[in-house]
Design a protein around this ligand. Structure first.
Ligand SMILES: Nc1ncnc2c1ncn2[C@@H]1O[C@H](COP(=O)(O)OP(=O)(O)OP(=O)(O)O)[C@@H](O)[C@H]1O
Length: 391
């Protein structure tokens, strides 16, 4: 059972964490519970605030507002070297003139562990990260990128931290090795049972390894969920597009119960009823009250209302689009012409011009029709396969 399914208590809690640089807010009021033993990945585009958040977690920066607690203890003023956490940097920060063994043993040496015990533990950790014992005396700069990565992780494990932070450790590694290391990191997480917090801009990486993923945008954590939740139930268009290429249709209706019409794509569409939207009541905020001691008490929260949405976006992933034959039952269909097709290895992607729009369709190679370019086709999708997000 993963940490996500189990009722484990939060090990790390963030409450209203904010970081500003002058007038600029890099991280904006983040609330997050990290469960003990989970692999949580924070993803987001460049500049969304991931590194700033991680630096606060690791103690390299102090939050401007809010609290970070570990097992209930406020960490805000605890320096990095006094925290039971360890950060594996993108640059790895290894000691270049030292051997693999010396690098891994460093935290143990600082703790005053005997030479024999240090060596025993270093060899044990080399086994955990799959480095051959013969590498013990090898100069770390003579190791490959993937090997250095393993040394950095073994050294982090030597600290025996409660939580390990990873700052894009695989970003400089070639694609094939990265795929191997992603799986190894996931195995390592399982074997050690430690809490891993991982930062990356690659959602693909996050999907492979994580129990949960937090998606950041402009300093805010816009969605936290399992890879399945992020993929199948993105909260908005930003998250859905971050997960991969999508077809987006703007649709609206005059009133509940009437037909949905395309705004930018002509036609009537069958749409799964969108969820009610929770909004703050537009009534003016209630003035702050004064407490008995003469201090200002915070105003009560604004009441919320549920409203029916009559304008939404339908997000249809290319793999949920299909070519429809005459008479085939499908909820929504569009006529078009295939103008390009691309091989994606085991899948084929088609670009289909439907009026002024280009629709992406992706099929497994085994179901891909041959030589489709310039053919007139009908593309279609079922209402249940469209993700309905706020317009
Ligand atoms: N010390 C600083 N002073 C001023 N602005 C900063 C500082 N550190 C970060 N920022 C700004 O805060 C924002 C978030 O930066 P951050 O490095 O956290 O983003 P990121 O999501 O990690 O990006 P990337 O994936 O490119 O590393 C950026 O606009 C950045 O310019």
């Amino acid at each position: 059972m993963s940490a996500v399914d189990s009722p484990t208590k939060p090990i790390l809690q963030l409450v209203g964490v904010r970081k500003t640089f002058g007038d600029f807010t890099a991280v904006d009021r983040i609330d997050l519970d990290v469960r003990e033993g989970e692999f949580l990945t924070i993803v987001g585009p460049s500049g969304s605030g991931k590194t700033t958040l991680l630096r606060m977690l690791a103690g390299l920066d102090r939050p401007t507002e809010g609290w970070i607690t570990l097992n209930g203890e406020n960490l805000n003023d605890v320096p990095p070297n006094r925290r039971p956490t360890c950060l594996v940097f993108q640059s790895l920060a290894l000691f270049p003139h030292k051997s693999v063994g010396e690098n891994i043993e460093f935290p143990l040496k600082v703790k005053g562990v005997s030479r024999a015990e240090r060596k025993r533990r270093a060899l044990e950790l080399m086994g955990v990260v799959r480095l051959p014992e013969a590498y013990y005396g090898k100069n770390v700069m003579k190791c490959s990128g993937g090997e250095k990565q393993r040394v950095a992780i073994a050294r982090a494990l030597a600290y025996d931290p409660a939580v390990l932070f990873f700052d894009e450790p695989l970003s400089a590694i070639d694609y094939k090795l990265k795929k191997v290391l992603e799986k190894e990191l996931k195995d390592l997480h399982k074997e050690t049972g430690k809490t891993f917090i991982y930062i990356t801009h690659s959602l693909e990486e996050a999907m492979v390894m994580s129990d949960r993923i937090g998606v950041m945008r402009a300093g805010r954590l816009v969605q936290v969920g399992t890879p399945e939740q992020i993929y199948a139930h993105p909260v908005d268009r930003f998250v859905s597009e971050f997960v991969g290429e999508v077809n987006v249709f703007n649709v609206e209706r005059d009133a509940p119960g009437t037909a949905w019409h395309g705004v930018d794509t002509p036609g009537t569409f069958k749409v799964t009823e969108p969820p009610l939207l929770e909004v703050e009541d537009p009534a003016p905020p209630v003035a702050a009250a004064t407490t008995g001691e003469g201090e200002e008490a915070p105003p009560p929260p604004k009441p919320k209302r549920m409203i029916v949405q009559n304008a939404v976006q339908l997000v249809v992933r290319p793999e949920y689009m299909r070519f429809v034959t005459e008479g085939e039952r499908v909820d929504n269909r569009l006529q078009g012409t295939v103008y390009n097709e691309y091989s994606l290895g085991s899948r084929v992607q088609y670009q289909v011009r439907c009026g002024k729009r280009v629709i992406l369709v992706e099929l497994p190679r085994s179901k891909a029709p041959p030589a489709s370019v310039d053919r007139t086709v009908t593309v279609g999708w079922d209402a249940a396969d469209a993700i309905v997000v706020r317009a």
